[in-house]
Design a protein around this ligand. Sequence first.
Ligand SMILES: Cc1ncc(COP(=O)(O)O)c(C=O)c1O
Length: 368
Amino acid sequence: MKVPFLDLKAQYNTIKDEIAPALQQVLDNTAFAGGPFVAQFEKEFAAFCGAKHAVGVGNGTDALWMALLALGVGPGDEVITQPDTFIATAEAISYCGATPVFCDVEEKTYNMDPAKLEAAITPKTKGVIPVHLFGQTADIDPITEIARKRNLFVVEDASQAHGAEYKGRKAGSMGVAGCFSFYPGKNLGAYGEAGAVVTSDDALADKMRMLRDHGSAKKYYHTHVGFNCRMDGFQGAVLSVKLKHIDTWNEGRRRNARLYNESLKGTPGVILPQEVDYAKHVYHIYAIRVKERDALISKLGEKEIGTNIHYPVPVHLQQAYSSMGLREGSFPAAERCAAEFVSLPMFPELTAAQVKYVSEAVISAVKR
Ligand SMILES: Cc1ncc(COP(=O)(O)O)c(C=O)c1O
């Protein structure tokens, strides 16, 4: 049996009949850059997240960048995030001329460890970006409490957590802004590049709308030197169609995670993902941890099972950030995880038989 790591076609086949007319509508209206289909999706996505506004942008990196710029982050500032994330979280901070500072993670959730946050704060710190890694929300309450006391903003990187919840609150709605990527493989994925920031702060939403559109609120009148970070019309239309299915798809992922957990429970040498009490995990990624990762990946490969590693090198050890001078051992929890993570196939359309096949292959591969 062949089990791909991700099968976007399987999902496309279930919604083909809705996608084609949605794309045709964009063509008929020639509404290609921004426009009514983006505005409609923004309205629907804000409501989905329980926020007042959504601002559609070109991708998730733009979402973080626009949010930070609108919050006034600039040269000389520091913004704290975690080292085990996709590099874009740190890049957005760098784009503003600010410095990313890292806070190690909890080994139970792989998210920012609130107990280690205070130590990362300096007089230059402007804010904190917890990442809801793999689809489970960070422990936002203590992070927000520390940030509030020190007058820092909290921006959520919810790029992997569309529809995830923290104590019943939706990912993206808890910080002053929540940033999403709609990269095609995400839980809510566009058919191209797209992203959004959600916020309930009117002034911040206005500022981000202006910044994404060349610093103008009124066409050809520019109050700021802005950027072109608009979402395109086709993506707005596709995302509106797909948003109607996200809850069902997330349930599919949760079902598959439960099946993996049941089959792999108690396997010696394998650490399974843990869903903690406060969270509703949406399993963008189902990552296990094993010491002998290369051997496992190669044995699964022989059985035509696709795997991935999210992420093999934590951001503080990436060559791109070598000038920061951070060495191995700086963030031990994130480094241990990065050395052991293996992401197994995970998507809503994965069948129970496929999960069983993958689980049996993992069990036999790790047996001595
Ligand atoms: C945690 C995280 N942050 C930011 C991004 C950047 O999003 P994009 O690729 O849409 O720019 C991603 C996407 O992979 C991500 O996973």
